[in-house]
Write a protein that binds this ligand. Structure first.
Ligand SMILES: C[S@@+](CC[C@H](N)C(=O)[O-])C[C@H]1O[C@@H](n2cnc3c(N)ncnc32)[C@H](O)[C@@H]1O
Length: 243
């Protein structure tokens, strides 16, 4: 009998933010496919689960997913597509021999996660395979909790966008929604600070770096940030409302 493929959200860093379901499935799966953003780097998802899930005896396959822009209306970059296919094929061979396979992914799988692209590629190649998505605590919720600022109340609307969007798009979003969560800010910090200043929104913006991880930082004055020191795990919440 075929095994099952699980894409499992493992939260933003603190292992205590793993769900009971994530823990049970990660403990039960014989094989883990773990994503990493740099060829010679470590997998953050693996680091998060290490202290909570016994890994001895499990097969752990680390796969490098290049960090390149993905446009939903365009064909993927060939390197990125190759990584999705590599991961999907590794999964298919294990599933066909009856193993359950888990793909732990940072935060929640529904939000900019490599796990979903792998799952979609897998289903294109082998539509009969059973796949299950397990939600996790997103960095978005974790950052909001860390700074004690709600994301939406009452009739508020919220947008979640990559900070790498161009200024025109970002300006539209910033002027439409009461709360805007900017992800992937680390490489475009200077431009974002300038834009928020021009829009009169700097005082409403807070940056959270590495929430629920070692060296967590909460930064209220975005002009004090040295962009070259900013970690990839950095998110800005812009909330125009005062509460
Ligand atoms: C590829 S997205 C993955 C989001 C993830 N699926 C989630 O639900 O949190 C990566 C972005 O998430 C945000 N992020 C992830 N972990 C974070 C953390 N611990 N603290 C702050 N931001 C984080 C950053 O904006 C980072 O650039």
């Amino acid at each position: 009998m075929n095994g099952t493929f699980y894409v499992i959200g493992v939260g933003p860093g603190d292992p205590e933010l793993l769900t009971l379901k994530a823990l049970r499935l990660l403990r039960n799966c014989q094989t883990l496919i773990v994503p990493k953003g740099h060829e010679d780097g470590n997998s953050t998802a693996l680091a998060i689960i290490k202290s909570a899930v016994p890994l001895a005896g499990k097969e752990i396959i680390e796969i490098h997913f290049p960090m390149k822009k993905i446009r939903m209306a365009a064909a993927p970059d060939p390197e990125v597509d190759a990584a999705w296919h590599l991961a999907a094929n590794e999964v298919i061979s294990r599933i066909r021999s009856g193993h359950d396979v888990a793909f732990p992914t940072l935060g929640d799988p529904a939000i900019y996660s490599t796990g979903i692209y792998t799952c979609q590629t897998l289903l294109e190649l082998a539509p009969d395979i059973k796949t299950v998505i397990v939600p996790g605590v997103s960095a978005i919720s974790a950052c909001s909790a860390t700074v004690g600022i709600p994301l939406c109340l009452g009739d508020d609307m919220m947008a979640v966008v990559p900070a790498t969007f161009d200024n025109q798009k970002l300006t539209e979003v910033l002027n439409t929604f009461q709360t805007v969560v900017l992800m992937k800010v680390h490489r475009v910090m200077e431009r974002i600070v300038k834009l928020l200043t021009e829009q009169g929104l700097l005082k409403h913006a807070i940056l959270v770096e590495r929430t629920s991880q070692d060296r967590e930082r909460i930064i209220h004055d975005l002009t004090s940030v040295r962009p070259d020191e900013l970690h990839y795990f950095s998110t800005i919440i812009v909330r125009r409302r005062q509460q």
